[in-house]
Design a protein around this ligand. Structure first.
Ligand SMILES: [Fe+2]
Length: 396
């Protein structure tokens, strides 16, 4: 895809509230569902040049099964809008990784690279920078496509630009632009590692799984150099690169479950097609990153700023090792599915559909990805998730 094709919705988009504190207050309390969305989407559609929401001031007065009398049910539109939000969030943090450890270029612009961080990532695989670039590129296209598709069906599009308030890294190579997400205070649940290696357990059947990297599941860890001071100690810098490399699959396995879970409640076949066509690319990302994470060199490091310690163990040696930890076992182990009475099968898990969107918001929040975000941001994300979780499959 050419750069200019996507620039319209990746550059900052004005909102009707810009520079108007009175309106900003109005949008905060109370955060009324749909009316808030309506104002944002009107701005988004305008910047996309779609011009399809010209009557948006009255659209929510219309009742009926289809959003704005367009061609999507309200449920389908809500599913796609939540997916768009997830993709915008993914794009935001992948851009941060690409600026410092990927390949900034015309395809994925922003930043100029940080050589020591890029080198630390390359310890895991010499192609890391290329993979980071390509994953970032994919997320850009996901968010752009979903919003363009919504607009083409006269449904509300989505922008999170008014929440772009977090400072991000000031290390060499960072563009310094404001961010939606925070990569410097992460708490990572790495139980996906053992979940996909278990042949007897499935989270949809109520099972739980041990962490691959227990110290990442507690405390707060940075996955990017916060300043150039973080480049001084090679051991700590490698810990930062290792943390990033475990963050990648931790995120992508979430998308890996989100899409099939939401797809079960799509009504139109074309919306189903979108969800089941984007979802597997998240799976391809997850598979790649889970392989790279297995290359993380064993080490222990202490964050010189926070005093928090992290240990990356040798996952192939006791007390780790065996089928639940061995690093080259990256294919999903067959596991129980739907019922333990049925034979095991190699599948994505979890894929239960109930409450999936709210579950994803909680997952990302617990990860610390939104540390520093405003109460309005969390209310907005909950609102989007609630609408998506209310979607019910119909027959069309
Ligand atoms: Fe994506």
């Amino acid at each position: 895809m050419k750069k200019e094709d996507r620039s319209s919705s990746t550059s900052p988009q004005p909102t009707p509230e810009s520079g108007d504190s009175k309106n900003e207050n109005q949008q905060v309390k109370p955060l009324r569902r749909r009316s808030f969305l309506k104002r944002i989407s009107a701005a988004s559609a305008a910047t996309m040049g779609a011009g399809l929401l010209a009557n948006s001031s009255s659209v929510f007065a219309q009742e009926g099964p289809e959003e704005h009398s367009g061609r999507l049910t309200r449920g389908d539109a809500a599913l796609l809008r939540f997916a768009a939000a997830a993709e915008i969030i993914e794009t935001d943090f992948w851009v941060q990784y690409n600026e410092l450890g990927g390949i900034p270029d015309a395809e994925v612009p922003g930043g100029s690279g940080n050589a020591p961080y890029t080198a630390a990532l390359a310890v895991l695989d010499e192609d890391m920078a290329q993979y980071i670039h390509d994953n970032t590129d994919d997320e850009f296209t996901h968010q752009n496509f979903l919003n363009a598709y919504l607009a083409s069906k006269r449904a509300d599009t989505l922008s999170l630009e008014q929440f772009r308030t977090l400072p991000g890294s000031s290390a060499t190579g960072s563009s310094g632009k404001l961010r939606l997400t925070n990569l410097t205070q992460l708490t990572l649940d790495t139980s996906w590692w053992t979940r996909y290696r278990s042949s007897t357990k499935n989270p949809d059947l109520g099972d739980t799984f041990p962490q691959a990297i227990p110290t990442l599941a507690v405390g707060q860890h940075t996955a990017i150099p916060r300043t150039d001071d973080d480049l001084a100690d090679p051991n700590f810098l490698q810990a930062i690169a290792n943390t990033a490399t475990f963050h990648f699959p931790t995120i992508e396995q979430g998308g890996n479950s989100l899409y099939p879970s939401m797809a079960q409640r799509a009504t139109h076949v074309e919306v189903l097609r979108i969800l089941i066509s984007i979802g597997p690319t998240e799976t391809m990302h997850f598979q790649t990153w889970s392989d790279k994470a297995g290359n993380a060199p064993a080490l222990t490091a202490v964050d010189p700023v926070t005093g928090v310690s992290v240990t990356f163990p040798d996952l192939n040696s006791p007390p780790f090792g065996g089928e639940d930890f061995q690093t080259n076992l990256i294919m999903p182990e067959p596991c129980p599915f739907l019922s333990r009475k049925l034979p095991v099968v190699s599948i994505i898990r979890p894929t239960a559909t109930k409450g999936i969107a709210m579950g994803v918001v909680k997952f990302l929040t617990d990860m610390g990805l939104f540390r520093g975000q405003s109460p309005q941001f969390f209310a907005f994300m909950r609102d989007l998730a609630e609408d998506a979780d209310e979607a019910r499959r119909g027959i069309r």
